[in-house]
Design a protein around this ligand. Structure first.
Ligand code: ATP
Ligand code: MG
Length: 214
């Protein structure tokens, strides 16, 4: 049995054509079901539905053999035991620093006071500002990061941006790119050895789908 970890929402939506091409589309109404384990068209492959940020954890610890996770989640976490064979080129966005529209970011950086930053990407944000020699106070949030500067809680946020519409609606502007983000196929390194015959054709099918897209 092969177990594939996915998250509902954008990743599952964007991945379904790739799953279908590999002959492992989920046979149930995944979006509406409360089930956490879904059968696929193949009796020997099942899909786990977990939180986006939990996908690498399941694959790392052998709860799943393969998974699909955003690069944002992967760079934030520890990737021990994970093999990342493929950039799927879907769920593309950028990890950015954003500040209120009226903020002079360069002046803010020069001011010498510690910058207050809200994010759910604590390690990535810490590394980014450390690399620039900027001292920061980090505040951990789990969502709706845009709110923090609006209520004066922080000077900046670190979050993923795609169209920029959410920033705009909240009178924020992106000022610095930390990384380009897209969804990646990840594989448990031990499973790749013990279940190689089953896993390689799936990686190859995904690679063909990604190639055909481009
Ligand atoms: P939750 O919404 O359950 O709190 P989440 O925000 O991490 O968790 P999703 O919104 O499904 O979950 O995002 C999953 C992944 O999809 C992200 O880690 C990111 O890589 C990508 N992603 C999220 N939003 C966008 C977007 N607007 N455009 C492109 N990619 C996105
Ligand atoms: Mg989300």
């Amino acid at each position: 049995m092969l177990t594939f970890a996915l998250s509902k929402g954008r990743i599952l939506d964007d991945t379904r054509p790739l799953l279908r091409a590999a002959g492992i589309d989920v046979t149930e109404e995944a979006e509406h079901s409360r089930k956490l384990i879904l059968a696929t068209e193949r009796a020997d492959v099942r899909v786990l539905l977990v939180r986006a940020s939990d996908v690498p954890t399941y694959v790392q610890h052998g709860g799943a053999d393969l998974g699909i996770a955003g690069k944002d989640v992967l760079i934030e976490g520890d990737s021990t035991g994970l093999y990342e064979p493929l950039d799927l080129g879907i769920a593309k966005c950028r990890l950015m620093v954003a500040v209120p529209e009226a903020t002079d970011y360069d002046a803010l950086m020069r001011r010498g006071r510690r910058l207050r930053v809200a994010t759910k990407y604590m390690d990535t944000a810490r590394a980014h500002f450390a690399g620039k020699g900027v001292h920061i106070d980090l505040i951990k949030l789990y969502g709706s990061m845009e709110l923090a500067p609006l209520v004066g809680m922080t000077d900046a946020i670190v979050d993923i941006v795609s169209s920029g519409a959410t920033l705009k609606a909240n009178h924020l502007k992106a000022v610095e790119k930390i990384a380009d983000i897209s969804a990646r196929l990840i594989v448990n390194q031990a499973a790749l050895k013990t279940k190689r015959e089953a896993i390689m054709p799936i990686i190859e099918s995904f690679a063909r789908s990604v190639g055909a897209q481009r």
